[in-house]
Design a protein around this ligand. Structure first.
Ligand code: ADP
Ligand code: MG
Length: 238
């Protein structure tokens, strides 16, 4: 299972209110895209879901259980960052397996899961390389692989394509869509890109200035935007 519920999540940094009451239900197996302009609070919300940041108030429920006191490593969540965050001195194989190793997973189990993930991501030929010997797209696939091997309940992607060039952005986006289908995994995907949101999402959450403007399926937002902000954001050409 991998359901997520957010109840009235608020977050302030000092006197600045960054999230102003976020309520959301994510069903098992859904791919939900958070879309909104830079600075609207998308990454902060993901970090709160992952447990990397505490909300000022409100609750995160994972599979129905309050996650407030569950540390990040125990939440069954894996996050993929824009910057890949790979260890330069480790091989692809070791980058992908490190989290499992730290969690005390037996070596044979790690090898099996890394093998499965590298096959899914076409990384078999690169397992002995270090990140510096890879292209940007390959590095991002390793970062996705590192999330896959943990077999999480919930995948969080924070603008994973932002550092890739246009062609690779399309390929990697299709790859993520394929993984979503093959794994039937619950995924939350953050982007400020309307095209990514429209093409990937089962459900789009439009954020603006710490609030949800609208939640709906891509065509629902496109055809019936709740307000001018949503209309401008979803409708504006790239
Ligand atoms: P987004 O990911 O949508 O671009 P963020 O969640 O990164 O937005 O940031 C939302 C707002 O919160 C921004 O104004 C940012 O400057 C502020 N912010 C984020 N993290 C911190 C922090 N640790 N301390 C103070 N302000 C922060
Ligand atoms: Mg961000």
């Amino acid at each position: 299972m991998g359901t997520l519920k957010l109840e009235n999540i608020r977050k302030s940094f000092g006197s600045v209110d960054v999230l102003k009451g976020i309520d959301l239900d994510v069903k098992d197996g859904e791919l939900v895209v958070f879309v909104g302009p830079s600075g609207c609070g998308k990454s902060t919300l993901l970090r709160i879901i992952a447990g990397l940041e505490d909300a000022t108030s409100g609750d995160v429920l994972i599979d129905g259980a309050a996650a407030g006191h569950i540390p990040p490593a125990k939440r069954g969540i894996a996050m993929v960052f824009q910057t890949y965050a790979l260890y330069p001195h480790l091989t692809v194989r070791d980058n992908m397996g490190l989290g499992l190793k730290q969690a005390g997973t037996p070596a044979a189990e790690i090898a099996g899961r890394v093998g499965k993930a590298s096959a899914m991501l076409s990384l078999d030929d690169y397992l002995a390389r270090r990140p510096a010997e890879l292209s940007g797209g390959q590095r991002q696939r390793v970062a996705i692989g590192r999330a896959l091997v943990r077999e999480p309940k919930l995948f969080l992607f924070d603008e994973p394509l932002s550092n890739l060039d246009a062609a690779l952005r399309v390929n990697t986006r299709l790859e993520i869509a394929r993984l979503h289908r093959e794994l039937s995994a619950t995924m939350i995907y953050v982007t400020h890109d309307q095209v990514e949101a429209m093409t990937l999402a089962d459900k789009i959450v439009v954020l603006n200035n710490g609030r949800i403007e609208q939640i709906g399926a891509p065509m629902e937002l496109y055809n019936s935007p709740a307000n001018l902000f949503v209309a401008g954001f979803i409708g504006s050409p790239k």
